[in-house]
Design a protein around this ligand. Structure first.
Ligand code: GAR
Length: 204
């Protein structure tokens, strides 16, 4: 039998990527719309979700969609909280036999020590064609710059922020009539396609 890949999702905000991964990979989801996705069988298991923001929408959304997935709030707003966050996260990783850490809109930086300890086991999605538009507000930065093409990157996390080896990338064209809002929708749609596909590719 194939080895199960147990993932923990880290998220800070809205949670559309976290929810999408749960719909794709968690067969017990209570989300009726996910029924059509249930034939996507693979060895990826969403074992837990962690948010660093207490009232982030992702927490409630995951609890409603998949009440059997444990959801944790571990405070990490300022750098002073990072050590505690990473220590508690490591306990969760041990408890649930986690072998992959999936960042889905996780807006904090993990320490070099933590990233090195989990070398090639931390994966991130970023809303631009890296190495362009690293950091926060990448969709707006690309829109404001006036590039004609932007996109989405899935990559391994390394100690240098938004710089790890690329797993996959997809281009999103910015049309003349696009607004920031319409571009955000296009980027999120693309993210919801390529993140599950990238994880399946890695763990197939
Ligand atoms: C996504 O667009 C993701 O690529 C981005 O945050 C958004 C989270 O949306 N991540 C980064 O910018 C990381 N540098 P979601 O909460 O709806 O999944």
């Amino acid at each position: 039998m194939q080895k199960k890949i147990n993932c923990v999702i880290l998220a800070s905000g809205n949670g559309s990527n976290a929810l999408n991964l749960i719909r794709k990979f968690h067969t017990d989801t209570k989300d009726a719309d996910a029924v059509e996705d249930r034939n996507i069988t693979c060895n990826i298991n969403i074992s837990a979700v962690v948010s660093n923001i207490e009232n982030a929408p992702v927490i409630e959304k995951v609890r409603l969609a998949a009440p059997d997935i444990p959801v944790f709030f571990l405070p990490y707003a300022s750098v002073s909280e990072r050590e505690y966050f990473e220590k508690e996260l490591e306990s969760i990783i041990r408890k649930y036999n986690i072998n992959c850490i999936v960042l889905a809109g996780f807006m904090r930086i993990l320490s070099k020590e933590f990233v090195s300890k989990f070398h090639n086991k931390i994966i991130n999605i970023h809303p631009s064609l890296l190495p362009a538009f690293k950091g926060k507000d990448a969709i707006k930065s690309a829109f404001d710059y006036g590039v004609k093409y932007t996109g989405v990157t899935v990559h391994y996390v390394t100690p240098e922020v938004d710089a790890g080896p690329v797993i996959c990338q997809e281009v999103v064209k910015i049309e003349e009539n696009d607004t920031l809002e319409s571009l955000e929708l296009k980027i999120h749609d693309m993210e919801h396609k390529i993140y599950p596909a990238a994880l399946k590719k890695i763990f197939a």
